[in-house]
Write a protein of this length. Structure first.
Length: 282
């Protein structure tokens, strides 16, 4: 039995081959004295069933730093010592997508997996594939599956974390946007509507909240407009959005765009890439 894992910057998402529903585990705090043990404790009940059955192979995709990759490797080895672990890399082409990078392996495997899964779900016309997570990535595919390149922007929470470090005087105002590392209800409910109304803030917390949304809206809408025009002869550009902040980001996109919200692009793409590479598919 295989287990497919998307080790993201904020969370670890996985799926066992015999189960349709994915699981989600948060990374331990780096300050924890036994981060590996904590991670193993969180993962074990998800990987080993009541009959003692566990995966024989882990297929992993990740762009996290070496320390957390080592945590995950060690935790999985403790839970399933006989299982093999296979980390995916990005090929020059696979699953009808051709990578624009001169060195394909330098493209994040998460971005590639999101692209091949989006292309599989929407098999005609040009696509803008957006993953709204800790970082917001945007990659453009033309109608033939040629990757034209992409952008990486700080996500909504990354912007707040950056300001906490670089502008500590905003601490009290920023606290209003944070609840254990997640956006507050204020942010989720108010900002998209306020932004659509071209709202301006009259308090600092809302000014920060509106500012981070405007920053993403401006960058993404400009990129979409450029590529919508550039690829117009190939069909209408479709924006495919996934990730934890997909709903809020979708609300900021030009309403004339064809926007499709999709779930599980990266994890499903990991499964797709793994099977294609095993079968030698291009």
């Amino acid at each position: 039995m295989n287990c497919y894992i998307d080790a993201g910057n904020s969370r670890i998402k996985g799926r066992l081959a015999r189960r349709s529903e994915p699981f989600v585990v948060h990374w331990p705090d780096p300050a924890e004295p036994d981060a590996i043990g904590t991670l193993a404790t969180r993962l074990e009940p998800l990987l080993v069933d009541d009959k003692g059955r566990s995966p024989r192979q882990f297929v992993l995709g990740s762009v996290v730093e070496p320390t957390r990759r080592e945590w995950l490797e060690t935790a999985l080895a403790e839970i399933c010592p006989e299982a093999t672990r296979r980390w995916l890399s990005v090929p020059a082409k696979c699953c009808h997508v051709r990578v624009a990078y001169p060195e394909p392996a330098r493209l994040g495997v998460d971005r590639f997996c999101a692209m091949i899964e989006a292309r599989a779900r929407i098999d005609t016309g040009p696509l803008a594939v957006i993953d709204a997570g800790t970082a917001v990535t945007l990659d453009v595919l033309d109608a033939s599956g040629q990757h034209r390149g992409g952008l990486i922007l700080p996500g909504l929470q990354a912007q707040i974390q950056g300001l906490r470090v670089t502008v500590p005087g905003l601490g009290d105002a920023l606290a209003g946007l944070m609840t254990e590392g997640a956006p507050s209800d204020h942010s989720a409910d108010v900002v998209p509507e306020a932004t659509r109304r071209l709202g301006l803030a009259v308090d600092t917390t809302t000014a920060l909240d509106l500012g981070r949304h405007w920053l993403l809206a401006a960058g993404i809408n400009e990129m979409l407009a450029v590529w919508r025009e550039a690829l117009a002869e190939e069909g209408e550009l479709i924006a495919v959005i996934a990730g934890g902040d997909a709903e809020r980001l979708a609300a900021l996109i030009d309403p004339s765009m064809d926007v499709r919200r999709e779930s599980g692009l990266v994890l499903d793409g990991i499964v797709r890439l793994s099977k294609a590479r095993r079968q030698g598919a291009a």
